[in-house]
Design a protein around this ligand. Structure first.
Ligand code: OOB
Length: 506
């Protein structure tokens, strides 16, 4: 496995192969082994490509890219939901270069450290990120190329990558001040996509709408667009998840399935009441990324006319799905059960979920010290999620121990935001916590200790934007305190800060 990655121990690897989870195939086979005459991909503007046409486009771009990047070099990919995302991803896979999947919402403060950590050789963007491209080129020496238009050349024969090796890197939601990269191998990610597609009932008749950013594990492979390809179905790209954009596409392309975060599901459920579009083809709405409460969950069918599947997943690996034939009660009140029979789930005394399995990482990339804390001796990943497990195996997510805010499915590492806040000249110290919110699940409150005049929310947000912090990480509320409540060991008590917000002192 690539240097800086932690491989599975041989006896487990042998088991995963023997039991058929790892098939020794590359992700590229999702395209090359498909029915070439079937429609694979549809852009928001209506352009469409069959698997054969898509394969040919990928082959040309792979040939073009092979003159620019070498096998195993990392390439940061930051593209919205456009066909070029799919083409660049598969072309890099074909070259054997390793895509690092940044989100479109990321800005300088995320992208530059990401390029540094991965020692990226190239950064692939669209024109809208040209300014960021310039910054990256100037500040990260390893980046030789900023690619705005995918290069094409006459297809060439390229050596096939090793299925047991890293195929791409996903970003972790994170809890610390620095980004963490998750290596995913061809074997493990292909299983991830295939098995997810199966458990979600995807077939060649599936028309999957990518409503969330395609670079996110949920929309990419859980089952997402790779799962739709695995089933031989069709992928439709939505430019954004607004009801306006999405309902039109559902009607036009006769979409059968899609996956969203809870606030988007709530938005659609409200909008459907007044919508003129025909949504009757939609069979399945998958909801995950943050807790979807039982009350809205129970109203999905009456409002949108489709079935619900809850998905509790993580870029690190483990995926839980409610099953399509589960009793309504389980679909509405749980976040599903593990995807794979070989997923090992351990729930500690206090409820913390630990896991290992055939598609769960054994270590973050180049993060030895952090790995020592994030994994047990025997290789279980500490998810930081608090769960309760029912006898049926279904999990109910009840909270978390990790220092992260989950703002409607978008993850904000508290320490990272705190580091940015204390860089403000008037801020002496900062502590960030989530505050309960009906729509978003949580919003972000920054508690500050100040030196001079306390900056207002507007000023703080402008300051963070100036530093190149992604919009979704900006705080929703600022509270100035004289001192922080401390725990017995003298650390800032986030629990006490959360109680302060709720108005319950103890
Ligand atoms: C998905 O992946 P990430 O990596 O953005 O975030 C993972 C974390 C989990 O550890 C958990 O804290 C939270 O997001 N989460 C949920 C949840 N789904 C994810 N918390 C409560 N209920 C749920 N249903 O978010 C992700 C990856 C693949 C599929 C779906 C979601």
């Amino acid at each position: 496995m690539l240097d800086g990655c932690v491989p599975w121990p041989e006896e487990l690897a042998e088991r995963y192969r023997r039991e058929g989870y790892w098939q020794g195939k590359t992700l590229d086979t999702l395209i090359t082994e498909a029915d070439r005459s079937k429609v694979a991909l549809v852009a928001a503007d209506g352009r469409r490509w069959t698997y054969g046409e898509l394969d040919a486009w990928i082959a040309r771009v792979a040939a073009g890219l092979s003159e620019v990047v070498r096998p195993r070099e990392r390439v940061v990919l930051q593209l919205p939901n456009v066909p070029e995302f799919v083409v660049a991803l598969f072309a890099l896979l074909r070259v054997g270069a390793l895509p690092v999947l940044a989100l479109p919402a990321h800005r300088e403060s995320e992208i530059v450290p990401l390029c540094r950590l991965s020692e990226a050789a190239a950064y692939v963007i669209t024109g809208e990120f040209a300014a960021l491209g310039k910054i990256v080129r100037e500040s990260v020496p390893s980046v030789r190329e900023v690619i705005e238009i995918l290069p094409e050349a006459e297809p060439v024969e390229l050596p096939e990558p090793d299925p047991a090796d890293v195929a791409l890197f996903l970003l972790s939601g994170g809890t610390t001040g620095t980004p963490k990269l998750i290596p995913r191998t061809h074997n493990d990610y292909l299983y991830n996509a295939r098995a997810s597609a199966e458990v979600s009932g995807f077939t060649e008749d599936t028309v999957y709408l990518v409503a969330l950013p395609a670079a996110h594990n949920f929309a990419l492979a859980s089952p997402g667009l790779l799962g739709a390809f695995a089933a031989g179905g069709t992928v439709v790209l939505a430019p954004d998840p607004s009801a306006d954009s999405v309902f039109e596409l559902i009607e036009r392309e006769k979409v059968t399935a899609t996956g969203v975060v809870p606030p988007v599901a709530l938005l659609w459920m409200d909008a459907a009441e007044f919508a003129d579009e025909d949504l009757s083809t939609l069979e399945l709405l998958q909801v995950g990324g943050a807790k979807f409460n039982a009350d809205p969950a129970s109203r999905v069918r009456e409002t949108l006319g489709c079935g619900l599947q809850q998905v509790f997943g993580m870029a690190e690996g483990l995926l839980n799905f409610t099953r399509l034939d589960d009793p309504e009660e389980l679909i509405v009140t749980t976040q599903g059960r593990p995807l794979c029979p070989a997923d090992e789930v351990r729930v500690l005394e206090g409820g913390e979920l630990l896991t290992r399995g055939p598609y769960t990482l054994r270590g973050y990339y180049r993060a030895e010290e952090h790995n020592a804390r994030s994994f047990t001796e025997d290789g279980f990943y500490r998810s930081g999620d608090l769960v309760r497990q029912l006898p049926s195996g279904h999990l109910i997510v009840e909270g978390r121990v990790k220092d992260q805010i989950n703002r409607g499915g978008e993850k904000i590492p508290a320490e990272e935001l705190e580091n940015h806040l204390v860089a403000h000249p008037d801020v002496h110290d900062a502590a960030v916590v989530g505050m309960a919110d009906e729509v978003m699940g949580e919003r972000t409150c920054a508690f500050l200790l100040v030196k001079g005049t306390a900056p207002g929310l507007r000023e703080v947000k402008a300051f963070l934007r100036e530093r190149g912090v992604a919009e979704f990480k900006l705080p929703d509320r600022i509270e100035v305190l004289d001192e922080f409540p401390l725990t017995k060991v003298g650390k800032v008590s986030k629990a006490a800060l959360t109680r302060l917000l709720a108005g319950t002192p103890e």
